[in-house]
Design a protein around this ligand. Structure first.
Ligand code: NAP
Length: 269
């Protein structure tokens, strides 16, 4: 098999959460091609098993473990299983995430809390599972997958935007606190990426839609360059940045012209 190996990733042990689909799956595929050892975490065992076979990597280079990242003990156990197979985790990419629309007329706290639990607590649990080891070894890199939606409060996406904004500041703090301990922290914030989380309408209408492979490559470059925060693509960054400077009345009038993010029927609890 032809591979494009990269010295940075060679034999590095990388754990990716949410690796059964979309960006996480593309990250696993990209990292295996770069020569990394990759541990995949998600809830669906059959899908992870299927992906491992398509990765066609040596058995000591890839492994999977099932966990719901909202469960701290299950996440820690999954990481331990992967570390037994692949060695100490050197890069944790906390990518697992879900989207549920925030419909103010049918506000359901349980559904909205599920977004926070997966997108924020899930990242906290993923960090918790690897951080003591990284601090002990005085090396490691924590990575969170936020979103462009974390820069501004998008209409009908209140908890999703809040969850992704939380990751930006969480990782900004971690980066400062962990610097003297030799551990790095990077947060990446993509715009729309063509994965099962977006709707067919978004797929057809969104300009600058990235493929999952493009997003994965960009995320890996941000890690290699030890970026603090990487918002991409720049066109979406620019629009959101301009929105974030607008006075609140203007913001409200302008933002309503942006179509609301809808839920796909593939959302899994
Ligand atoms: N696609 C976009 O436009 C876009 C843009 C910006 C940011 N993002 C972010 O990118 C990340 C990946 O999303 P995606 O677009 O690749 O969506 P996706 O294809 O739906 O993938 C989501 C992944 O997260 C896993 N997951 C969900 N809940 C989980 C839980 N409780 N425990 C463990 N794994 C869980 C899913 O696997 P299982 O169902 O098997 O558990 C799946 O592998 C998310 O954080 C998302 O917010 C996406």
């Amino acid at each position: 098999m032809m591979t494009a190996k990269n010295a940075f990733w060679h034999d590095k042990c990388v754990v990716v959460t949410g690796a059964s689909s979309g960006i996480g799956k593309a990250l696993a595929e990209h990292l295996v091609k770069q020569g990394a050892k990759v541990g995949l975490i998600a809830r669906r065992q059959n899908v992870l098993e299927q992906i491992i076979t398509t990765l066609a990597a040596p058995v000591d280079k890839v492994a999977w473990a099932c966990a719901d990242v909202t469960d701290p003990a299950a996440t820690a156990t999954a990481v331990q299983l992967l570390e037994k197979r692949l060695g100490p985790c050197e890069v944790m990419i906390a990518n697992a995430g879900i989207y549920h629309k925030t419909d103010v007329m049918k506000f359901d706290a349980a559904t909205q809390n599920a977004v926070i639990a997966t997108n924020v607590q899930g990242v906290v649990n993923s960090v918790g599972a690897v951080l003591p080891g990284m601090i002990q070894r005085k090396q490691g890199h924590l990575v969170a997958v936020s979103s462009m939606a974390g820069m501004i409060g998008l209409p009908a996406a209140g908890t999703y935007s809040a969850s992704k904004a939380a990751l930006v500041t969480f990782f900004q703090s971690l980066r400062v606190d962990l610097h003297p301990l030799g551990v790095k922290a990077t947060v990446v914030a993509p715009g729309y990426v063509d994965t099962p989380i977006i709707t067919d309408e978004e797929r057809e209408t969104v300009k600058d839609l990235l493929t999952a492979e493009q997003a994965a490559t960009r995320i890996c470059t941000a890690i290699e360059r030890n970026r603090a925060v990487d918002w991409f693509p720049w066109q979406a960054w620019l629009v959101c940045r301009l929105f974030s400077f607008a006075p609140s009345g203007l913001y409200r009038r302008l933002i309503t012209h942006i179509p609301e993010m809808e839920e796909t029927n593939t959302n899994r609890q």
